[in-house]
Write a protein that binds this ligand. Structure first.
Ligand SMILES: Cc1cc2nc3c(=O)[nH]c(=O)nc-3n(C[C@H](O)[C@H](O)[C@H](O)COP(=O)(O)OP(=O)(O)OC[C@H]3O[C@@H](n4cnc5c(N)ncnc54)[C@H](O)[C@@H]3O)c2cc1C
Length: 239
């Protein structure tokens, strides 16, 4: 898979900080934007987010190109409702080549991989034969499996991204969407460290896990670790 941060709000931290200031100070947002510096913006964001006033960080948005994920993954992704999606259409795009994602558990097991490839080849052949018979792609696609690759453009604001990372960077999330979420997280951290300072699975910021019996238990290794180290502990936990 490839994840590319295509665009984002210019000066996301300053814009969100100005939104926070607007609610509390006299003066206009445009003047505030020209006056605020990076350090002040960071402090302002930390303060309001610390109070739980997350609406101010909805003013920063981030647009990603998500390339080559499976339809199994994209189906989970589009469950996130506070986001905008545009996905490659299986109605308009007639697939000449039918690329697919192989899960690592299958790739690492020769017998499983043979079964998997055989099944996908059968489906691919059927898809192509249906197209040759003049069946429209929108109907021929019914034989395509979850493994088929897809591309999307997705936009989320910073508040939704924090929520998304809470759920999808967690070791409880499925491996493909989890890999994608971590990739997104590291890219937005580069652009906006203040907005995403404590982002990641919930346990990273809170130091505890709310998954009950299903918890992976990695948070037990967090004591004395900073956020970056905690992120590594979560990511490496099952390796
Ligand atoms: C580990 C894991 C396992 C999962 N297993 C399943 C499963 O077995 N079956 C299944 O169907 N789904 C499953 N899901 C998907 C899950 O139920 C959610 O649909 C998905 O994670 C989107 O989360 P969300 O609804 O919180 O977030 P978003 O849709 O991104 O919304 C963000 C937040 O906005 C608010 N919000 C959005 N829409 C509404 C609304 N209509 N009313 C009130 N508040 C709203 C909520 O506070 C919500 O948390 C799973 C997800 C995870 C991470």
């Amino acid at each position: 898979m490839k994840v590319v941060l295509l665009e984002h709000t210019q000066n996301p931290e300053k814009v969100c900080a100005v939104a926070a200031l607007t609610s509390m100070k006299e003066g206009t947002p445009s003047d505030m934007l020209s006056e605020i510096d990076t350090d002040n913006a960071k402090k302002r964001i930390q303060r309001v987010v610390g109070y739980g006033h997350y609406s101010v960080i909805e003013h920063a948005s981030f647009t990603f190109s998500i390339e080559g994920i499976s339809r199994a993954c994209s189906h989970q992704l589009v469950r996130h409702r506070i986001a905008s999606f545009t996905q490659q259409s299986q109605r308009y795009v007639k697939m000449e080549d039918v690329p697919f994602v192989t899960p690592p558990s299958i790739k690492n097991n020769k017998t499983a991989e043979d079964i998997f490839n055989k099944s996908l080849n059968n489906n691919t052949e059927s898809y192509k034969k249906l197209l040759e018979l003049g069946i429209a792609p929108e109907d021929a696609r019914f034989v395509l499996p979850n493994a088929i690759k897809t591309n999307l453009v997705m936009t989320m604001n910073a508040r939704e991204l924090l929520h998304f990372f809470n759920l999808r960077c967690c070791n409880r999330a499925q491996w493909e969407i989890r890999d994608m979420a971590w990739e997104m997280l590291y890219q937005v951290l580069e652009v906006s460290p203040a907005l995403f300072e404590t982002s990641g699975p919930k346990c990273i910021g809170e130091g505890i896990c709310t998954e009950g019996k299903a918890s992976c238990g990695c948070y037990k290794l967090f004591e004395g670790k900073n956020i970056d180290e905690r992120r590594i502990i979560v990511k490496e936990f099952f390796k």
